[in-house]
Design a protein around this ligand. Structure first.
Ligand code: HEM
Length: 215
């Protein structure tokens, strides 16, 4: 009885094997699937080569830069090398009084300054911006006007009335200097008191140059 059963099982298996072998559809399907797997293998090896090429180019870029310029980024020192540029902290809105707390007089605090309402962290430039530093008068306030007139005592204000187009562009230039700096970065904005239109326009601090005497 067991022998009969085993013979029947062998017979069934042979029939299935033969069917698969002789069936033209099965043959076509298997050829098709092997073609598919060949194509998939080609695509993946092509992708691998591209990836390898890219990795080598990036490696070459950095190594060549280091060999030629002694820096990893061909001497570039802009804002893009600062992680804060890619992950900026949440911006803060200051009042003028709040901003004044960051004027560089307290060595344990950060130093902030503002240009046209934009507040920048310039702590990295403490030697310039701390109390007594060469440009410490800019800290803790929006002294936009002084950036173009150079009147570092009388023009520490955001009052821009009466300035020429060129002077306004100069101030924008300084704002860009802070925006694009590698170590300084924007932290927020300051709400500036409105300028009383009836108040006098800040006077130029420079002595007018006497006209050259005619000979
Ligand atoms: C409107 C006039 C001026 C403005 C608004 C101005 C502003 C500034 C500011 C904001 C800085 C700091 C830069 C930083 O944070 O890295 C700076 C640096 C400096 N300024 Fe002026 N400046 C003026 C005129 C002058 C003049 C006339 C001189 C030269 C006699 C001068 C010499 C310097 C020097 C040597 C530095 C340091 C540069 C460095 O080491 O990177 N500045 N200036």
């Amino acid at each position: 009885m067991d022998q009969q059963k085993a013979a029947k099982q062998r017979h069934t298996k042979n029939r299935i094997d033969n069917d698969q072998h002789n069936d033209p559809r099965a043959d076509g399907a298997s050829r098709h699937s092997s073609k598919q797997s060949r194509t998939a293998a080609n695509t993946s090896s092509w992708k691998q080569s591209v990836l390898q090429g890219l990795c080598l180019s990036v490696l070459f870029f950095f190594l060549a830069s280091y060999l030629v310029t002694d820096t990893w980024l061909w001497g570039y020192k802009g804002k893009y090398t600062n992680l804060r540029h890619w992950f900026p902290p949440k911006e803060v809105v200051f009042t003028q009084t709040e901003l004044l707390k960051y004027d560089g007089s307290d060595p344990s605090k950060k130093i902030y300054l503002a240009i046209k309402g934009e507040v920048f962290d310039v702590t990295a430039g403490r030697p310039y911006y701390s109390k007594g530093g060469g440009y410490g008068f800019f800290s803790g306030k929006d002294a936009s006007r002084a950036y173009t007139t150079g009147c570092f005592q009388t023009h520490l204000t955001h009052d821009l009335r009466g300035l020429t187009k060129q002077q306004l562009a100069d101030i924008d230039g300084w704002a860009n200097f802070y925006r694009n700096h590698q170590k300084y970065f924007k932290v927020g904005t300051v709400i500036l008191d409105p300028i009383d239109p009836a108040s006098p326009i800040p006077e130029d601090c420079h002595q007018p140059v006497a006209p050259k005497p005619s000979s």
